[in-house]
Design a protein around this ligand. Structure first.
Ligand SMILES: Cc1cc2nc3c(=O)[nH]c(=O)nc-3n(C[C@H](O)[C@H](O)[C@H](O)COP(=O)(O)O)c2cc1C
Length: 205
């Protein structure tokens, strides 16, 4: 998907046009290693509710399902933290447009077998594509991390594979404006915050 090129004017953009821009940028950044919005900082809380954070690769985004998806090891600390406390925050920076996006919401570990399988098949097909066409990937391609995993690596097996779905409640967009970033906050209506049960990434890639 080609990322939207324009930047919304924070003083005149409607909430709808801003939301369309944000979700369009995120959908374009999923699985696209050269996109600055490909890497997210995912913040969770530990067992003492102290903040914890780490870099994650965005694997899918759907406005319709109000979801951002990440892949992780099912035994990892972040997965345990999310199972204990869903409250999470994601921070993203788009250097070319000097735009920061901050998402507050609930993170969930995807439970539906068919959704996990859809993500698994998606990442495996990416790896197969890279193995087939290794000239096409720049050296910093983050997908190479997956490419370099042996099929015998314990992480790299379906039962170690977890999908994290982040469901935004608010999306703060910090846009450049006359030398000072201007913040706009988008509130996701409660009725849309957890729409349906599907966490398939299929329509975002
Ligand atoms: C550039 C970069 C991308 C990363 N992407 C992921 C990712 O998509 N999924 C993941 O589980 N860990 C990813 N990591 C590793 C995490 O940042 C983290 O160190 C690891 O998952 C352990 O986190 P935890 O102990 O909080 O669970 C990435 C690290 C870097 C440096």
């Amino acid at each position: 998907m080609t990322p939207p090129t324009h930047i919304p004017d924070p003083t005149t953009a409607t909430d709808e046009s801003l939301a369309t821009w944000v979700w369009g940028r995120l959908a374009a950044a999923a699985d696209e290693p050269n996109d600055p919005m490909h890497l997210h900082v995912l913040c969770t809380t530990d067992e003492r509710t102290a903040p914890d954070a780490r870099l994650m690769v965005l694997r899918g985004a759907s406005r319709e399902l109000n979801s951002l998806w990440y892949h992780a090891d099912a035994t990892s600390t972040k997965v345990k933290q999310i199972e204990r406390n869903a409250a999470a925050c994601v921070v993203i920076y788009d250097r070319p447009t000097d735009t920061q996006i901050r998402v507050h919401g609930d993170a969930r570990i995807v439970q539906r077998e068919e959704d996990i399988r859809a993500h698994w098949q998606h990442i495996r097909s990416l790896v197969q594509q890279l193995r087939h066409d290794d000239q096409a990937s720049p050296p910093h391609d983050l997908r190479l991390e997956a490419l370099n995993r042996s099929d015998h690596d314990s992480w790299w097996k379906p039962d170690h594979f977890a999908v994290i779905a982040m469901h935004p409640k608010t999306i703060d967009v910090h846009l450049p404006h006359a030398g000072h970033p201007r913040r706009r906050s988008l509130v996701v209506p409660a009725s849309q915050a957890h729409p349906g049960t599907s966490d398939s990434c299929a329509e975002s890639v």
